[in-house]
Design a protein around this ligand. Structure first.
Ligand code: PLP
Length: 404
């Protein structure tokens, strides 16, 4: 099957109605696909009721849709069972859930290994855990290009390590982490592995079974689905031994004046009314995504990334953050421009109809590592075209002409 980016773009209502928009910020939020948008509408108009509470038919239809969505997510992740899928409000909430529920069992002196290349969502919760439980944080060594240096893992994954929390792909450099050696190093010391899949999950179905991790977190709004919903996948045996994080309706076995018992996973971790229509939309998006021609879509992304990198390298004063080799990165690039603040660059680019992100990208430790305070980031999704890349490059020439 050949891949036609323009017709793919037609599957995204906002892009279809804004033909002049060069949307290159999908790493922040991707556009919602029609399959997800329609599923949310159908649900809200025909099946809206609370879930796991009502016994009337409308509520049972809502229950069925919500549990179908769980199965659709499980299929996208190649999870062993739908009960391993916990709906949350997003990747941040998923990681905080692990930091609290798993963190509860940690003692002072236990260690969590992470890297300076993490998004703040996979960084700050561990600092907060350090303050709560007295655990130590160990940092996985980075190579000069910002990738984790896999040859020195024992520096951070010590016998005191209880959890390795690491991104599958950096939201700054696009660098893809080779997880197999990390999982092996964690296993060798009996530690668990949490993978932050917030960026990687957008670029095709995930295989948590093959990855061999214990927890996997991602957000709906970055996988062409609604915002307000996300997923924590957890290996069944791991979820089973964790206590709940939030208390409330839906997560209990029995509540008495004296005490409360917990529902089994995944409900144990879904206190209160979950984001029902959003979960249904997420399930529909992932179901649709699973059927897309990913090999062709990846080649398309690599081709555009190559064009973009070639064009960027020709710009005076531009410094790329991260590895140059396309095979080691997602189709996203961050860069600094000598003497030009990223926010100014973004404003000029906006005048060209180009939407890109500028700032610290919620990764200040990595910015510090690279010795910059902020960067411009352009991120590509399969709906992007040669015209989008050309518009960005032309816009950047204008930025350099006007601002340097
Ligand atoms: N992790 C990474 C690598 C990200 O890029 C992001 C968002 O940009 C997050 C975590 C947090 O995602 P959210 O804000 O949807 O919870």
């Amino acid at each position: 099957m050949s891949f036609d980016a323009l017709s793919w773009r037609g599957q995204f209502p906002l892009l279809a109605s804004h033909p002049q928009l060069h949307y290159l910020d999908s790493a922040a939020t991707s556009q919602i696909c029609r399959a997800a948008f329609d599923a949310v509408g159908l649900h809200e108009l025909g099946r809206r009721a609370n879930v796991l509470r009502g016994t009337y038919r409308l509520a049972e239809m809502a229950d069925a849709a919500y549990e179908d969505a769980r199965r659709q997510v499980a299929a996208y992740l190649n999870a062993g069972s739908a009960d391993e899928v916990v709906f949350t409000s997003g990747a941040t909430a998923s990681i905080n859930l692990v930091a609290h529920a798993f963190g509860e069992g940690l003692q002072p002196g236990d260690e969590v290994a992470l890297s300076l290349a993490e998004h703040h969502s996979n960084f700050v919760p561990w600092q907060m855990l350090r303050a709560r439980r007295g655990v130590a944080l160990r940092f996985l060594p980075l190579a000069a290009d910002g990738r984790i240096d896999l040859s020195r893992l024992e520096q951070a994954v010590t016998p005191r390590c209880r959890l390795v929390a690491v991104t599958q792909a950096s939201n700054v450099t696009g660098a893809v982490t080779d997880l197999a050696p990390l999982v092996a190093a964690a296993r060798a010391v009996g530690a668990r592995v949490l993978v932050d899949g917030a960026q990687a999950a957008q670029h095709g179905p995930v295989d948590v079974t093959a990855l061999g991790c214990d927890f996997y977190a991602f957000s709906g709004h970055k996988v062409f689905a609604p915002n307000g919903v996300g997923v924590l996948w957890g290996r069944a045996a791991e979820l089973e031994r964790l206590p709940p994080f939030l208390g409330g309706g839906g997560m209990i076995g029995r509540v008495t004046a004296a005490d409360t018992t917990w529902a089994p996973p995944p409900r144990r971790f879904e206190a209160g009314t979950p984001p029902i229509a959003q979960a249904v939309g997420l399930g529909a998006a992932l179901d649709w995504l699973r059927q897309q021609p990913w090999p062709e879509m990846r080649s398309h992304g690599e081709h555009l990334l190559g064009r973009l990198l070639d064009g960027l390298e020709a710009l005076p004063g531009l410094t790329l953050l991260g590895p140059r080799q396309p095979e080691h990165r997602l189709p996203l690039v961050s860069f600094s421009l000598a003497g030009i603040h990223p926010h100014d660059a973004c404003q000029v680019l906006d005048q060209h109809g180009v939407a890109v992100r500028g700032g610290h990208l919620c990764a200040q430790p990595l910015m510090d590592y690279f010795g910059v305070t902020a960067a411009v980031r352009a991120s590509l999704a399969p709906y992007n075209t040669e015209e989008d890349v050309a518009a960005l490059l032309a816009g950047l020439e204008d930025v350099v002409r006007r601002l340097s």
